[in-house]
Design a protein around this ligand. Structure first.
Ligand code: NAP
Length: 326
């Protein structure tokens, strides 16, 4: 794979392609000033990012849309230069809710289509507008859906031209196999967005996905923001790892650049989140060096099976994906 160009794309199984690095946009809404996401997306597009990862439930998708539309209006970019990935939330997994879920994203972005739309998680919640429905005892209200029927509704959205490619997120092997073996499957998922970094390198899921032409998109590729509300902070901090820092010195790069390059070099797309201009730029500067085979092996050996994003509050959901080995 030629990774010398920062505009490198990985082909998808439906004939489209995905830029190997995207800007993640999840930022705790209560900690993030209004407009910060818009500024970050604009800065990233100026730096050269062409892929933005977002979601309606991040509560800043309107800022992402504004940034994209303004850059297009400035004449700097065309819509087709930009790759936006949006997500279908767990309250919209009933087939009849899929189109409204996508429409909500398109209206929020004020765009005509998204490049990739993915099922955010395989665990259905009570359908409706409340993204986190709970009963009077404060317990999440789950729902049951046939994920294959959800998938068929997504296929129809692709046929209608509202989304170029369709994929999944947080699916384990069994859940991927369910879709792949669906009778009459029209489109395979192009990608599976999952946590992936040197402490959680996902070798088995990566191999399975590669065998089926499904691209792995690595979320939390830098080891998350370590917010104790949703991150298991009893775990060691990835970017403080001594090997990653010594490799940083060796290659004259930062530990963040080493972990991003590591994934990109093994065919994994990365979507690091930063709303800080220096770090947005830093995370993009991973195309002017190459990690040696020996050092790639040493980074692989760091795999500790440490999942930072466990989503344990939903571990009693029948479709909770992380009970399986992979
Ligand atoms: N599908 C899913 O279920 C799912 C789950 C989680 C995340 N995601 C997606 O994946 C994206 C990335 O994951 P993430 O946000 O969890 O974590 P991440 O990208 O691994 O880490 C983000 C954190 O690292 C900091 N950071 C960024 N660049 C840095 C650098 N060069 N050096 C040191 N620190 C740096 C950021 O702070 P600053 O902003 O201050 O730089 C932020 O606190 C999300 O934004 C979202 O788009 C998807």
């Amino acid at each position: 794979m030629d990774l010398s160009s920062s505009f490198h794309h990985i082909p998808l199984n439906d004939g489209n392609s995905i830029p190997v690095i995207g800007l993640g946009t999840y930022s705790e809404p209560y900690l993030t000033p209004k407009g910060a996401c818009e500024k970050a997306v604009k800065f990233a597009l100026d730096v050269g990012y062409r892929h933005i990862d977002g979601a309606f439930v991040y509560k800043n998708e309107h800022e992402v849309g504004k940034a994209i539309r303004e850059k297009i209006a400035e004449g700097k970019l065309r819509r087709e230069d930009i790759f936006y990935c949006g997500k279908l939330w767990v309250t919209h997994l009933l087939p009849k809710m899929v189109y409204p879920g996508l429409e909500r994203t398109l209206k929020t972005l004020q765009l005509d289509y998204v490049d990739l739309f993915i099922i955010e998680m395989p665990i259905a919640f009570k359908p409706g507008d409340d993204p986190y429905p709970k009963d009077e005892n404060g317990k999440y209200i789950y729902h049951s859906v046939d994920l294959c029927a959800t998938w068929e509704a997504l296929e129809a959205c692709k046929d209608a031209g509202l989304v170029k490619s369709i994929g999944v997120s947080n699916f384990n092997r069994r859940q991927l196999e369910l879709i792949l073996s669906k009778p009459g499957l029209k489109y395979k998922p192009v990608s599976n967005q999952v946590e992936c970094h040197p402490y959680f390198a996902q070798p088995k899921l990566l191999k399975f996905c590669q065998q089926h032409d499904i691209v792995i998109v690595a979320y939390s590729p830098l080891g998350t923001s370590r917010n104790p509300l949703w991150v298991n902070v009893a775990t060691p901090a990835l970017l403080e790892d001594s090997l990653l820092n010594s490799l940083g010195k060796k290659y004259n790069k930062t530990a963040a650049q080493i972990v991003l390059r590591f994934n990109v070099q093994r065919g994994v797309v990365v979507i690091p989140k930063s709303f800080n201009p220096e770090r947005i730029q830093e995370n993009f500067q991973i195309f002017d060096f190459c990690i040696s085979e020996e050092d790639m092996k040493a980074i692989e050996a760091l795999n500790k099976n440490i999942r930072f994003v466990e989503l344990l509050m939903w571990s009693d959901h029948p479709e909770y994906p992380f009970h399986d080995e992979y």
